[in-house]
Design a protein around this ligand. Structure first.
Ligand SMILES: [Zn+2]
Length: 472
């Protein structure tokens, strides 16, 4: 059963975008955990309400009796491992179409364990909320979840936030899965921060004491407008008006980003300096003129801050040992990282194709076609209609690839033929979505209250000096 252990380690090797989150949680686990919500997650704490505990059975198909989900001898050291500094927690936000099973299976290699934990936790959630819920129920996107594994990649704990008031946990305790709901008094306060970019978005925010979750939320706000890999540079400044969540008066994550301004040296037209602004209005983000930020095409097929390992153009090929044209962009990411469709479209190919390994091709409106190669697993099939940000597969190393990465190609129809173009340089043509005229008055007053103050902010100290003081 555990012959695949080394493989588990490979799959869970920190992802480019997730590595730091895992690292952060590692530090939290041994350090400042008491400051956060996680104090409340300690199994058996008085704040937890155990229910549907000890779900298992003597076989994986039995669901309601206690039993180890792994061989008993595997459990002996589990407690030590759990409290040790080497456990790793991946914390991320749910995406469109995610289910409990999908999230667990993306982080655990043993499919039967993923299924077991997902079914057990789902049964507990259903019982608590008293409404239908199973491991394949689609989750709302943008919700926080976490999966903790030991150094060998074995399941230790999972957390799923359905909404701020409904946070559920499953943890392995003495070989059994125990589930409970968190009991907290939740409160939100609106706060403002400003910071200067120094390293990645996540690193820069962490330097001023914020969490990676805020970086992810900010990334999501600007995901159609800013390529955080290619267009952001050290010294750029950013201000955010956001909700900070307090659980029993302790800072505990984030609510919504209400407004944000990014001043970059390359974020304007043609990589010139430019300011990007966002304000939340009727559950959508708009710029200061009232144009929706959401566009028909995403800037990148992977979420979060990603690493480009090879660009479009001539390059010396590592396998063929000669110069040849690289028809796409390679994004370095760990095996299992979800790859998303950049826009709605029709899946025209999903399967094995020579050097590409597992490949998905999608035709979009306006004559665009996108291709996703070297996938570890494909989760769509030919003929499927996909929406923007639907999962098409998981990053892998199939076909001709020297390391796990996504080979992403973009083509555009030109006189009847599809021609490769540089995904990083493309300016997609799509009609802007404006706020309807009757709502403009309300938008304007919200703009003046929330976004204008951010636009007027001047950073007087940098994140380097450990301060984020701002002046109006
Ligand atoms: Zn490539």
């Amino acid at each position: 059963m555990f012959s695949g252990r080394n493989q588990i380690g490979t799959v869970l090797r920190p992802r480019s975008g997730r590595a730091m989150r895992a690292g952060v949680m590692c530090v939290l686990a041994v350090g400042t955990i008491a400051a956060g919500l996680y104090l409340y997650l300690v199994p058996g704490a008085s704040a937890s309400i155990p229910f549907s505990s000890s779900v298992g059975g003597s076989s994986l198909s039995s669901a309601q009796e206690s039993c180890p989900i792994v061989a008993p001898e595997e459990d002996i050291d589990r407690k030590d491992v759990q409290s040790g500094p080497c456990s790793q927690e991946v914390v991320d936000l749910t995406g469109d179409g995610d289910t409990l099973y999908v999230l667990l299976n993306a982080n655990l290699l043993d499919e039967s364990v993923s299924r077991k934990v997902a079914d057990t936790l789902a049964a507990a959630i259903q019982q608590n909320l008293n409404k239908p819920f199973d491991a394949n129920t689609s989750l709302e996107s943008g919700r926080t979840y976490g999966v903790t594994i030991d150094q060998n990649g074995n399941f230790l704990k999972a957390t799923l936030e359905l909404n701020p008031a409904d946070v559920f946990h499953a943890a392995l305790e003495n070989g059994k899965i125990r589930c409970w709901k968190e009991e907290v008094v939740l409160d939100y306060k609106v706060e403002t921060i400003s910071f200067r970019l120094d390293g990645t978005l996540e690193k820069s925010l962490m330097k001023i004491g914020e969490g990676a979750e805020l970086a992810r939320k900010l990334f999501d706000v600007f995901r159609w407008d800013i390529d955080f890999q290619a267009e952001t540079v050290r010294g750029d400044t950013c201000s955010i008006l956001f909700e900070r969540r307090y659980a029993d008066d302790r800072p505990s994550g984030y609510g919504r980003i209400l407004a944000a301004v990014y001043n970059g040296r390359k974020t304007g037209e043609e990589r010139k300096p430019g300011r990007k602004a966002a304000i939340l209005f009727d559950n959508q983000y708009y710029d200061s003129k009232g144009t929706a930020l959401k566009k028909d095409f995403l800037r990148s097929p992977l979420s979060g801050v990603i690493r480009i390992t090879s660009r479009f153009g001539m390059r010396f090929h590592p396998i063929y040992r000669r110069w040849r044209h690289h028809d796409g962009t390679d994004y370095g990411a760990a095996t299992g990282t979800p790859a998303y469709s950049i826009a709605k479209g029709l899946v025209t190919f999903a399967g094995w194709q020579g050097n590409y390994g597992n490949l998905v091709c999608i035709k979009h409106d306006s004559g665009y076609e996108s291709k996703y190669g070297h996938l570890h697993r494909i989760v769509v099939k030919k003929g499927d209609r996909v929406k923007q940000h639907d999962r098409v597969g998981l990053v892998g190393q199939t076909g001709d690839a020297t390391a796990p990465h996504l080979h992403f190609e973009l083509l555009v129809k030109n006189k009847g033929n599809y021609k490769h173009i540089n995904p990083l340089g493309v300016k997609y043509v799509s009609a802007p979505r404006r706020i309807p005229a009757p709502l403009m008055k309300r938008f304007t007053s919200l703009y003046e209250e929330r976004l204008m103050p951010l636009e007027g902010m001047v950073l007087i100290k940098t994140a380097d000096s450990g301060s984020s003081a701002v002046a109006r």
